[in-house]
Design a protein around this ligand. Structure first.
Ligand code: ATP
Ligand code: MG
Length: 739
């Protein structure tokens, strides 16, 4: 059958079909947001398998998040009746973790090594500085963490880092000490996962050959955000005899991880080093309505040095982008919640609505407003499930069971719940560990006196936990640990402990869920506590992706970074203020500003049908009220694409109602040619209503119509219901009675 008549590609456009059905060769697909890159990549896997030339085991696909990996597997199974088990689909970190577990000895790691997330890593660095008696003002821990990660991401071990000045030399020494500490404790940070895996493949020929032989097709999504080491890792895996085909899709305009070492330059290097004859470009956007796409194109046009793409859509202009100026962040949140409720009333699924923001700190006020209105929501990122205090404590006990030498876990719970082990005892223990060059756990027998006794009790507690749980199933194991550690009793006694107890129960549910999934996986390890180690790795890698309210139709909250690759019918983008978006750290730096603009491009292009953008004149952030002018990115959106909604703060009612509707707020785009209609307090609205009229609503009671917008079935009125607040209601739906 000719390639393009396969039913798999029947619904794709010509360029997409060509990309999907390329012969086994290296390829680069460079295309803008929503042009079907991810869809092409997934379909290509199905197509390769359907050709019968390769099996699922020959496929390695790198996605950007675990969520994306799961979606890809689900789509593949829908396309082809295949067993996806042998296929390796995951994030760089997830794939490296898998490889290191399978070859832990060759990689110089114990089988049950633990993964440090970024917060654990910082804690480990602080602990190191303390042990070495180093002034953390001279060597701020966060900076050191950044330095160490940057070296690792560049593939550099301490001996390979070039250091000319004393300060850098000292930092390199600390990097070396940190490595020794991690090795002693059998822990691995995120950057180490990659570097360790890369070194394993590079140095161990049999292992390398095995995987080079196995993976015939390597496919990478979001290629623009790979860092130098990830690119080298890909080159190594693809570089067998014969080489695998490396199929990369990406968009230079969506490169948003330069701050973490991602290199758009990898795209150019890839083209050159792999002799890509022709870069395939996809130009039709299937995601967004025209106004949204035009806004995105207009914004990104302000960046220099782009590889250049032009996106178009067949789907028509759609609705204007709604822009709202609020007095305060709280009003902004309230407005968003009102609009969300409106959408839901109009039949939208909550899961198709996303609230995006530049920084995690912005989520709190949105969460509060959603919570108060009783709207189910789910937060990706921020303080995620696995990052909550009580969960971290429980995980620390579990980690000690898997690996008692894990000093980070040891230090976290040695005196939690309190058991009379003071800071002085812990210091004595750290000293002993240093002297004997062992982990904290192994150093306990070297202590005498009171510290020796109290710490001895703790060691026995951990030993008992290890012994008593050896034969338990994972969920029972977690349950047992919650009781035996005293954590449950601790939170039961705490006044505000109910939610924490619920979260701890949720951890048992998460373990049960994990077991159910792992049993379907033939790679599950057999050793005692091995499943536990897998579960802990999963907790570190997938933090936030298994939240309590999963399965429920919930509004999605996340940072713009976390929204990459995703799409939603309606997107609310809040906090469009200078200093927030673009972020204050980037405003002074042209490269930083361009990265912020790419981030804005990512944000705008997440929306399919409706885009709402808002900003507030004042905002509480980090305990301070801030006043920021609105973002320059707003000015970059052509005015014909937008519709400004008036501020709706009740305090401004008298003023605003006399200014009428559709009117840009004071000072906004004063040079605009399109002047909104003048206020007409006597204007007739559908159903014989007028602005200023008193009406009754079944739920909210009596209120005054203060503004109106839209026409036909989209006609809406804003009503001040007094105590019930100010609401926008759809005239066709709201059933208002004049009174
Ligand atoms: P991003 O850059 O944001 O990751 P992308 O290029 O990966 O976007 P996809 O997510 O693959 O784009 O596709 C965007 C949307 O368009 C999806 O809903 C996808 O199913 C749809 N789509 C892609 N190609 C086609 C097509 N040929 N016909 C109809 N819908 C399509
Ligand atoms: Mg994509």
């Amino acid at each position: 059958m000719p390639a393009t008549s396969s039913p798999l590609v029947a619904h794709l456009n010509e360029a997409q079909q060509r990309a999907v059905t390329l012969p086994a060769q290296h390829a680069l697909i460079l295309a803008g947001a929503g042009s079907g890159k991810t869809r092409v990549l997934t379909t290509r896997i199905a197509w390769l398998l359907s050709q019968g030339d390769c099996s699922p085991a020959n496929i390695l696909a790198v996605t950007f998040t675990n969520k994306a990996a799961k979606e890809m597997v689900a789509r593949l199974t829908a396309m082809l009746p295949i067993n996806t088990r042998g296929m390796w689909i995951g994030t760089f970190h997830g794939l490296c973790n898998r490889l290191l577990r399978a070859h832990h000895r060759d990689a110089g790691l114990p089988q049950l090594f633990q993964i440090l997330d970024s917060a654990d890593q910082l804690a480990a660095i602080k602990r190191l500085l303390k042990t070495l008696n180093i002034d953390d003002e001279k060597f701020p821990p966060r900076e050191l963490q950044h330095f160490i990660n940057a070296q690792k991401e560049a593939g550099l071990r301490p001996e390979a880092v070039e250091a000319w000045d004393d300060y850098t030399k000292r930092r390199v020494e600390l990097y070396r000490e940190y490595e020794a500490q991690c090795q002693r404790e059998s822990v691995v940070d995120f950057a180490e996962l990659l570097l360790r895996c890369y070194e394993l493949l590079e140095r161990n020929e049999p292992v390398r050959r095995h995987y080079q032989g196995r993976f015939r097709h390597i496919l990478v999504d979001e290629f623009q955000d790979t860092n130098v080491l990830q690119y080298r890792w890909l080159k190594l895996l693809a570089g067998g005899e014969p080489p695998a085909s490396l199929f990369c899709v990406g968009d230079d305009d969506q490169s948003i991880y330069a701050f973490r070492g991602a290199e758009v330059g990898n795209m150019r290097d890839f083209e050159r080093e792999f002799h890509i004859q022709e870069v395939i470009r996809l130009e039709q956007n299937y995601r967004s309505h025209g106004n949204i796409l035009d806004a995105a194109n207009a914004i990104i046009r302000n960046n220099a040095g782009r590889l250049g793409k032009n996106l178009w859509t067949e789907s028509g202009a759609g609705e204007p982008i709604r822009i709202f100026e609020a007095f305060e962040d709280k009003d902004e949140a309230r407005w968003i919640v009102d609009e969300v409720q409106q959408l839901v009333r109009e039949g939208a699924l909550r899961a198709d609505i996303a609230l995006l923001y530049r920084s995690n700190a912005q989520s709190r006020v949105l969460e509060h407003a959603l919570f108060s209105a009783g709207i189910p929501y789910r937060v990706y990122g921020g303080l995620r499930f696995f990052e909550r205090q009580e969960i971290k404590h429980a995980l620390a006990y579990l980690r000690l069971i898997a690996n008692p030498d894990d000093d980070t876990a040891f230090a976290r719970v040695v005196n939690f719940p309190t058991r009379g082990i003071g800071a002085r005892s812990v210091e004595a223990l750290q000293e002993a560990a240093r002297t004997w060059n062992t982990s904290l756990y192994a150093a306990v027998p070297h202590l005498s006196g009171k510290p020796g006794t109290s710490l001895g009790h703790f060691v026995r507690l951990v030993e008992n936990l290890r012994r008593d749980t050896a034969k338990l199933q994972l969920p029972e194991l977690v349950d047992h640990v919650l009781d035996a550690s005293g954590l449950r009793a601790h939170y039961q006694a705490e006044r505000e402990g109910r939610e924490r107890l619920e979260n701890l129960d949720e951890l048992i549910a998460a373990a049960a869920n994990f077991v159910a999934e792992a049993q379907a996986d033939t790679d599950a390890l057999a050793a005692d506590h091995a499943l536990l180690a897998d579960f802990l790795a999963h907790a570190s890698l997938e933090a936030g992706e298994h939240q309590a309210d999963q399965g429920m139709d919930a509004v999605q909250l996340m940072t713009v970074h976390a929204a990459k690759g995703l799409e939603f019918d309606a997107v609310f983008l809040s906090g469009l203020e200078e200093g927030l978006f673009p972020h204050e750290n980037s405003i002074q730096d042209p490269d930083g500003l361009e990265e912020e603009r790419r981030l804005m491009y990512v944000a705008v292009t997440r929306a399919r049908k409706r885009l709402y953008i808002s900003f507030a004149q004042s905002r509480m952030l980090h305990g301070q009220t801030r006043y920021h002018p609105r973002s320059r990115f707003l000015e970059e959106i052509p005015e014909g694409l937008t519709r400004w909604l008036t501020p709706q703060h009740p305090r401004s009612f008298a003023q605003e109602s006399s200014r009428g509707f559709y009117q840009p707020p004071r000072g906004a785009f004063s040079s605009r040619a399109a002047t909104p209609p003048a206020p007409k307090s006597t204007q007739e609205l559908p159903g014989g209503l007028r602005i200023g009229q008193l009406v009754a609503h079944a739920r909210f009671g009596k209120g005054v119509i203060i503004a109106a917008e839209g026409s036909g079935s989209d006609a809406r009125v804003q009503i001040n219901f007094g105590d019930a607040g100010v609401k926008w209601l759809l005239l066709g739906v709201a059933k208002l009675e004049p009174c």
